[in-house]
Design a protein around this ligand. Structure first.
Ligand code: HEM
Ligand code: CA
Length: 156
């Protein structure tokens, strides 16, 4: 059921209000295949993609680091590299996308007019690539990927 495109659209909701997001407010950008796949599954197909991560880092430095710090460890906005989330939905790709797209509270505004959906996915891939938290809290990973990270981390 979760892979049904029609149902999957239901998972993109504003982080704070729960209102459905109108994805058409942001341009698709340069990787329509990735955007389509993401919107059908809720999983970011660019996770682990080195090229996308590099672009994502550049997007992050332009659009996010002023508030979240140059390595996303927190400044005005919270750290995005640890496993504590104000909104637990951010531990999923669909939830992280929703926060970027639609914003949260205070200075965390929506980014649908400043980033394309491709750029949002790249930025998300960058954020996931610098994750320092426990493997067990990395909800966006498949159980296989989580197990691999756990081993790399020495069973954390
Ligand atoms: C919260 C990502 C840009 C300020 C958050 C959260 C995420 C996020 C995922 C929620 C964290 C959690 O649940 O613990 C991003 C990304 C950005 C960006 C990827 C760039 C595309 C900005 C900018 C500002 C900002 C430019 C300041 C003008 C904040 C603040 C919060 C926050 C104050 C806390 C909001 C709340 O708790 O409701 N951000 N952010 N962010 N961000 Fe950003
Ligand atoms: Ca955090």
């Amino acid at each position: 059921l979760l892979s049904s495109p029609v149902l999957a659209k239901e998972i993109f909701r504003n982080t704070v209000t729960g209102q459905p997001l109108d994805l058409s407010k942001a341009e698709v950008g340069k990787n329509p295949e990735a955007v389509k796949k993401f919107e059908q599954t809720g999983h970011n197909p660019l996770n682990g993609n080195e090229q996308a991560i590099e672009k994502g880092e550049r997007n992050f430095l332009t659009a996010c680091s002023g508030c979240h710090g140059h390595h996303a460890k927190g400044k005005i906005g919270p750290s995005l590299v640890d496993d504590y989330w104000t909104y637990t939905t951010n531990a999923t790709d669909a939830g992280l996308f929703a926060t970027i797209f639609g914003g949260a509270r205070a200075q965390m505004g929506p980014h649908y007019s400043t980033l394309t959906r491709t750029e949002m996915l790249q930025t998300m891939a960058y954020i996931r690539s610098i994750y320092e938290g426990k493997a067990s809290e990395a909800e966006w990973l498949t159980s296989k990927e989580r197990e691999a990270l756990r081993e790399k981390r020495g069973n954390q």
